[in-house]
Structures are given as C-alpha cells and as structure tokens.
Design a protein around this ligand. Structure first.
Ligand SMILES: *Cc1c(COP(=O)(O)O)cnc(C)c1O
Length: 815
C-alpha cells in the first residue's frame, strides 16, 4: 500500500490530526516487531484482553510518527493521529478500498485445517509463473486478512489469501472486504470451536466466503459440505477433491500402499505424481493444490515437477531419532480428535515393537467429558506400552485409559521426573496442544542427535539491527547482508525473519543463494554481488538484481535481457571502485558508463561502493577519502542518468563509525550478530550466536598418559579428561588444540588438550569433580566469546562463523 495520511483519512472516514502528506506504506500492530519506522504507521488495536494504546509509547520511541487509534493520547507532540471509531473496522475498510484498486486474480482459502499448507504449496508452485502475493504465515483473521490484502501492489497478478473465522458472523464481514474469484474449502474438522452451535452452522458460515466466487474447489469427502454447496451455489463451477472416488479429483489407486506411485484422477485425466508421505491430511492437501494448479491453467508436466519439489510446511508429523534407539514422532502442531486419528494412523506405519504416548489437555471444546471419552476410546485401540498424560483436565480422566497411565500437572513435571529415561527402543508419540510446549520433551528425548548445535537468537538479531538503526536517520534504508548462508547462520531462516521485519533489501554473494531464498518465499528485493555469467538466466528468472561492476558484466547481462525479451527496465546495482581495489567502475570510466546506461533497458536501482577500513581508527583518513571519492563519482553518475538511484556505502562498522555519511541506505552484516568495532555500540549489542556441545565421556587418566593422536599431550599429574563430539570437520580449526583454545563449562574455561580430531576433541577438566557426562559445553558465546574464539583461531569472527560446517544443526530461538 502507499497512501498519504490525508488519503487514508478520506478512504476510511476518520479524523486526521496532524500532517496531511505523510506517506504510509506499512501498518504495524505489534510494537515489539517494529523494525523500520519509515513510511510506517502504528495501529493501536484494543481487544478484550488488551488495550493497544498501551503500546503507543513504545511505537513512538521506535520512530513511528503516525498513530492510528480510537483515542488521541496526550503527550505526543510530534505524532500525526488518525482517529478511528474502531481500529479493526478501519483496517477492513482500508483493505476493502485497497483491493478494489487492482485487478489481480484472487484465491481465498478457508477450512479448519490445511489452509496454510495449501497456500504455501500453491505459492511454491506458481511464484515463478505469476507475480504472487500471499498471506504472511497464517494471517487470516479479522485483522490478519486486511493486513495481508494491504500488501497488494500493481505488479501482482495473483493473490492467495487465507480466511479464518472463530465465531459466527465473522465470515460475512471478511467476505465483504474480500470476495475471492476462486474459493477453496480445504477441510472441515470434526472438532469445531465452541463458538459454533453445530458443525452445520460452521459449514454454513465458512461457505459464505464463496458468495461472489466463480469457482469453488472443496473437499468433497465431507458429505454435508458437498450437499450445502450444491444447494446454495448450484450455478457456480464446482471442483470436489478428496480421498473418496466420488470426487472430481481423487486417487485412482490405493493411496495407502506405499510401494506404488500415486495416480491422480483429475476429472478423467490420469496424472502420476510422486508423493512419499501418505497420511490423509498430506494427500488431501496435495489433491487440493493440484486442483488449484489445474484451474490456474498450469500444464500437467509442470504440475508433476512442482508437486515433486514441494517442501513440507511446518510438517505436522515430524519423526526424529531419539536417545536409546527410540523414535520420536512429534505432532505438536495442533490437537483435536481428527489430528489424533491421523497421528495414530501414521504411527502404525512404523514397526517398532512398542509404543508410548505423551498426550496433553485438549484446549478447545466445551464438553470435555464426552471429548475425553472419545480420546480414550481411540487411544485404547492402539495398545500403548505407557501413556503419559499432561494437564489438569485430561488427568482427571486417566481411569478411562486401559494401558499403564502416568499423570503430570505440566510438561516440566514430566521432564523432571526422569521417567522418560527408562524408555528404550520404542516409538514415542508426542501429541500436545501448543501451550504445553511439548517440543521441550522432544528436545529432551532427542538430545544426543544434536549434541553440537549452533543456536541463533533471532530477537538478538532484531535488537542489534535496532541498535544500528538508532544512529541512523529514520528514513535511511537498510540492506541486510545474508551472503554465505547468512554468515553461516542459515539460509532462508534468517532472511525470512528479516523480511518479516520489513528489511528493505537483502544482499547475497551468488545467484544460487538468492534463488534459494526466492524458493523459500522471500520476496524482498535481493542484490547479487557476484553475478557469474552462467547465472544471468536464473537471476532474471528469479527477479534477482545483479551488481554490475564492469563494462564486460554490463554488456553480457544486458545481452541476456535482450535474448530473454525483457522489455521493461531491469533493476541493476552499479558498484564503484573507491579504494578497496576489488571490483567496480573506476572514476575515469564514469562518463562512458553514463552513455551506455542511457541506451540500455536497465534501471540503476542503486549506486554503491565498499569501505576497506571502516573498523580501524588509525585509517580514518583513508575511509574519509573513500567517502569523498564515492560522493564525487556518484554525483556525476546521477547527474548523467537524470534520475536518483539509492546510494549506499556503509557496512556495519561504517554505520557506527561514520554515520554522518549514511547516504540513502546502509548494509549491515556482522553487526546483526553482535560484533562491533565501536566499543560504545558493542556494549549495547546482544550476542546472537552460541556454538555448543556436550560432554560425551569423562575419563580419569594418570600422570604420563597421553591423549589423542600423535600423543601430543601427556598428563603431568593425574587428571580428568572430557571428550566432546565436535572436531575440525565441524569447523573447529586444528590449530586451537594443544592448549591454545579453551571451552566454557559451568562458566569456567578449560583447555583443549591434544590434537583436535576430525569429529572429537578433548578438554582437561583438571580436578573439577562436579562436572558430569552429558553436560553442556560452550564453544563460544560469552565465555569464551566469539571474538576470543576467533583469536585462538588466529582469524576474525567472519571466518569462524562461515567455517562452521553444515552438519552442525542450526537452531533458531525467538528469545
Ligand atoms: C559483506 C558485505 C557487507 C557487510 O559487511 P559487515 O562488515 O559484515 O557489516 C557490506 N557490503 C558489502 C559489499 C559486503 O560484501
């Protein structure tokens, strides 16, 4: 969206107090997630539980200058207010207006389960054929849907939006703002929210979404759904899908037999598709996606290829190898009777001699007595070895369960009891409502698999970005450098988090990295710094923007544009050489560059250069020289082009040490992780990365015993040696062995002794008797710090991070 404050107040009939011509491109509703205040407004949404107005102060502190609220608060002299009668209604009115400014094709997906999966699968399958906009995550509510719709711009050809309701009458409101051309009903669950009196009512409410749809694609396995749709919308085009063969789209062969490839019958056409996972939910979602692709006119061959490449979306059933030969099936996505059935079906595909169940309270549903009777009946058919019930509700019904049943008030109590340690060679099904955080049990049970992990704190990254932003003008844009697998921290996970927080640009080194991000749903503009000649083709296909650093690259790239018949001005980034002596156009080439650019079908999106020594105080004059050179060269270029591309020069150190020269955008990298060359800034940053492992074994050795290969370490006195399951293949350089480096255990440092091995290393615990096997070992975070660890390795944090091998599991935590 892009409206002025005046336009917004006109569109929504609300009162504007303050400036009329401020631009609004984003509306934030959660002040914790405000990351960019440029052209952004904050809306204070009051709910039963919470008054949004409480958060206006924190939004304003983050630089927000426009507040949308039901009440004007005193004490904000700089703020422009849009005073509305009802904040949610306001969003809906604005979205209603906004959507009608465009003519994209729209798909609306509703249903009890599967909305997000179908949306994401469809997106993954079509984003390279249509410019597509979709709901972020599962934004589908009275607030989420309008915010999703506000993302639409005039480039979009297709919009895929989830629509969810939690009580009667909500759908009418949502349908009024959003009447999708193609309506989709994924699945109606047996368990419905207690706000509906009956399943009938639920169905009737959901299908109101289709009032103005041309096509309805629905799960026909549910008899009442088909019936109601036929009654109400007889005149529309219907496509039913489902596991029953009466559907227009169904499986031709027995879908439960894993050995055979699946054959889909799409209205008579037979299509063989590769799907490994054979649970009912996955298969129904796949049929739904195929129906949609067909309706969008996608060819069968492409459909097969796309279905083959789908990646699971927050797979509800995840199987991981546990300690003591256990197999853990984790399904903590949602908990209702349907999903319990699916889970029971799923676990029977594994042949483990015994199985145990961990099950929590079902959070929804009024009639708990009936519900738990049903749960127990289903469960009793399974014959579990042991059942662990968690929660104050379900435990009251423990008598209903036939197998050995143990009860716990909460998840902590279960973990602390250590009863799980006795389970061996079993399948353990974890089935929990979200609030029980049953994943913690999973982590506990699977400990050994990921003894060595790199833990990334996403909120620390956000905090660090905000610290850097605090020295910049609010309107300065920010590019996050996510090259080299985001400095080793992970590919799309980091980029997705940054995108969610409205980073303006992403920077990668190679086209492949950018393609990977696009395939994972990253739509933020991406600059590619090393556009290799063989990759121009995919750069264009995936809407990546190349860095152009020489005439050779410019000519080759524009030749590729021509060959692909790209007419409109393609965005490129011009790199200027100002003192790094690496890549870039030189000062004496600028005139020719202008001439050439003015004849080509490209648009210079930005002009930039890179500082060689922004982190070194003594080289300040060199940096200032680069800044002067960059200013002069880019001034000439801009004058010659006749339009104003973005200019950017500063990396993380540049931001904090030369903030007066921020131009239009900056490029943050290592600063996000918590490293800074500026002590004042460094003290405000949070450490975003922890590399840790555990002790596999502790051995007592005697004086004279040697440790490890080549016997490079010999104990002078008897001591305790801990062996850690991490070595040079994980990215620990061999040169930190033999007493050079240390690790942290319980806050103290212990020396690495002997040679570091490929997959292990040894640490001298001296006579510390308290430390036990299985304990956590810090390779770096605070003690030792990443900088200290880099010193042991005689290198810099950048190389340490990018050397941590891919086999080390990355774990992302929010807090
Ligand atoms: C990597 C990189 C950055 C980021 O550098 P940091 O020192 O990590 O902030 C900025 N600009 C360019 C061109 C880069 O390659």
């Amino acid at each position: 969206m892009n409206y002025t404050t005046k336009e917004i107040s006109n569109i929504t009939n609300s009162t504007l107090i303050g400036e009329e011509n401020l631009q609004v491109k984003t509306i934030h509703f959660d002040s914790r997630n405000i990351f960019s205040s440029i052209e952004a407004a904050f809306i204070a949404i009051n709910s039963e539980k919470n008054t949004g107005e409480k958060y206006i102060r924190s939004a304003v502190d983050k630089g927000i200058k426009i507040i949308i609220s039901e009440n004007k608060l005193a004490g904000f002299p700089e703020v422009t207010w849009i005073i509305v009668e009802n904040a949610i209604r306001f969003l809906q009115q604005l979205a209603h207006y906004h959507l009608r400014q465009f003519s994209l094709k729209t798909i609306g997906i509703t249903g009890s389960n599967g909305k997000t999966v179908v949306k994401e699968w469809l997106y993954q399958s079509v984003f390279d054929q249509f410019i597509t906009v979709k709901s972020p995550k599962s934004f589908n509510s009275q607030i989420g849907l309008p915010l999703s719709l506000l993302q639409i711009n005039n480039k979009h050809e297709l919009g895929i939006f989830e629509v969810g309701i939690s009580k009667p009458s909500e759908m009418e409101i949502l349908e009024e703002i959003f009447s999708p051309e193609i309506g989709v009903l994924t699945h109606i669950g047996a368990a419905h929210s207690s706000n509906f009196i009956s399943e009938d009512q639920l169905i009737e409410e959901k299908i109101k979404l289709f009032q103005h749809s041309k096509v309805i694609i629905f799960n026909g396995d549910h008899h009442e759904v088909s019936e109601k749709l036929n009654q109400k919308y007889a005149d529309k085009k219907h496509i039913s899908f489902g596991l029953k063969i009466s559907n227009d789209v169904h499986f031709e062969n027995d879908w439960a037999t894993k050995t055979e490839p699946l054959v889909v019958n799409f209205c008579g056409e037979l299509i063989t598709i590769p799907i490994q996972q054979r649970d009912e939910a996955t298969l129904s979602n796949a049929l739904c996606t195929i129906s949609l692709l067909k309706e969008l006119g996608i060819g069968t061959e492409i459909i097969i290829e796309k279905i083959n490449n789908l990646k699971s979306v927050e797979m509800r059933l995840e199987s991981v190898t546990g300690l003591r030969d256990n197999l853990i099936i984790n399904d903590s996505y949602n908990l209702d009777l349907d999903s319990l059935k699916i889970a029971y079906h799923f676990i029977n595909e594994y042949n483990k001699p015994q199985k145990s169940l961990i099950l929590t309270d079902f959070v929804e549903g009024k009639n708990s007595e009936k519900l738990y009777h049903d749960v127990a009946e289903l469960t009793n058919r399974q014959k579990f070895h042991q059942i662990f019930l968690i929660g104050t509700e379900i435990t009251q019904y423990h008598d209903l369960f036939n197998d050995e049943t143990i009860t716990f008030k909460n998840t902590d109590e279960l973990i602390k009891s250590h009863v799980l340690n006795q389970i061996e060679n079993q399948l353990i099904l974890l089935k929990g409502a979200r609030k029980f955080e049953i994943e913690r049990v999973k982590t506990y049970l699977e400990l050994q698999k990921h003894d060595t992990i790199l833990e990334i704190k996403l909120n620390a990254i956000l905090h660090n970005i905000n610290v850097h932003k605090s020295v910049l003008k609010p309107e300065t844009k920010m590019m996050a450098m996510v090259k080299a697998y985001s400095y080793g921290l992970g590919g799309y996970e980091i980029a997705e988090f940054l995108q969610h927080h409205h980073i303006d640009y992403l920077g990668v080194a190679y086209a492949d990295e950018g393609v990977d991000l696009r395939k994972n749903g990253i739509s933020t503009p991406i600059m590619v710094m090393n556009p290799e000649q063989h990759s121009y083709n995919i750069i264009i296909d995936y809407k990546l923007e190349p860095e152009i650093y020489s005439f050779r690259v410019l000519e080759l790239f524009t030749a590729e544009l021509k060959q692909k018949g790209i007419q409109k001005k393609y965005p490129i980034h011009i790199k200027l050489e100002t003192g790094m002596h690496r890549l870039g156009f030189k000062s004496n080439e600028v005139d020719n560059l202008i001439q050439l650019l003015n004849t080509l079908d490209v648009k210079v999106a930005s002009i930039f250069s890179h500082l060689a020594t922004s982190d070194i105080e003594d080289e300040k004059n060199y940096t200032l020289g680069q800044i002067t050179e960059f200013t002069a060269m880019s001034d000439r270029l801009i004058a010659g082009l006749g339009y104003q591309p973005l200019r950017h020069l500063l990396n993380s150190s540049g931001i904090v040490n030369f903030s007066e020269h921020q131009f239009d955008m900056v490029r943050i990298g290592i600063g996000m992780i918590g490293i800074s060359s500026n002590a004042a800034i460094k003290s405000k940053l949070q450490n975003a990365v922890t590399f840790k492992s555990v002790i596999s074994q502790i051995s007592n050795i005697s004086a004279g015993d040697s440790v490890g290969y080549s016997r490079n370490y010999k104990a002078e006195v008897s001591t305790r040696i801990a062996t850690l399951p991490v070595g040079y293949a994980d990215g620990i350089p061999r040169l930190i062995g033999n007493g050079v480096g240390t690790v942290g255990i319980r806050g103290n440092l212990y020396s690495i002794v002997g040679n570091v091995c490929m997959d292990m290393m040894m640490v001298d615990l001296k006579n510390e008797n308290q430390i036990v096997e299985g304990e956590e070992v810090i390779i770096f975070n605070s003690q030792p710090s990443l900088e200290e660890f880099a010193d042991y390795c005689k290198t810099i944090p950048y190389e340490v991070l990018t050397s941590i091998s891919r086999r080390v599991k990355r774990i992302y935590v929010k807090n």
